[in-house]
Design a protein around this ligand. Structure first.
Ligand code: FMN
Length: 206
């Protein structure tokens, strides 16, 4: 039997249940560590699951940040420094990545707090996570307010992509399961991923 939850049911949920339900509604999501740096050279990591493809020419990705009513280190660092890294997760680093969501003060780097290793590439001032097999660097393009709830969409242009050579096909396909990448739902649940199917470009049936 299907369960139906309507607006008045949602209104009656306690806060934690509502958050758990609401953050599960998009289904399975990506999850990655966002690497940033402030103007004192202090690095920062935070897991984000709202990363979404916005366009392929230029290559644009977006992610949603919570309202900046409290200190948001990722957002503040991006606005000041103009960019960030996206470091996809494998099972080996999920627990450390999850711990990066703890509210550390701005002068504590989640790299040090979790034992993850910062890695810098020539010409890119933002920290990558050395343990991540699939990582990107982005430059800030737009910051878009979402008036409905005070969140912001951060839009970035991808300037660097790093992954194992054998995980990239000539046609641009990436072997995400082969890299052991992890997916997520809500703010506490992680999955391994396996390949199901690849279909050709769909055309209307004749
Ligand atoms: C699995 C997971 C996904 C998350 N996704 C987001 C997200 O997409 N956007 C966001 O603002 N916070 C997200 N968070 C919460 C941030 O990681 C958390 O608020 C963190 O403390 C922010 O750190 P910062 O102040 O260093 O930016 C997520 C947390 C977890 C555990």
């Amino acid at each position: 039997m299907m369960t139906t939850i309507d607006s008045s049911d949602i209104a009656q949920l306690d806060k934690l249940t509502r958050v758990q339900l609401a953050t599960s509604l998009p289904g399975v999501k990506p999850v990655a560590l966002i690497g940033t740096i402030n103007d004192q050279g202090q690095t920062n990591l935070a897991p984000f699951s709202s990363v979404v493809h916005l366009g392929s020419n230029p290559v644009l990705l977006g992610m949603v940040t919570r309202p900046d009513v409290v200190e948001r280190h990722t957002l503040a660092n991006i606005v000041k420094s103009g960019g960030w890294t996206i470091n996809h997760l494998t099972p080996e680093i999920v627990e450390q990545a999850h711990h990066c969501s703890a509210r550390y003060p701005h002068d504590v780097s989640e790299f040090e707090a979790t034992g993850l290793t910062p890695h810098f590439e020539n010409g890119i001032p933002f920290p990558f996570v050395s343990e991540s097999p699939f990582r990107l660097a982005l430059e800030l393009e737009d910051l878009i307010d979402i008036p409905a709830n005070g969140t912001k969409m951060v839009v970035g242009r991808v300037t660097c992509i790093q992954l194992p050579g054998e995980s990239l096909s000539e046609d641009g396909q990436l072997d995400l399961p082969g890299m052991g990448l992890v997916a997520s739902t809500a703010l506490d649940t992680y999955f391994t991923v396996s390949h199901l199917a690849r279909h050709p470009y769909a055309k209307p049936k004749a």
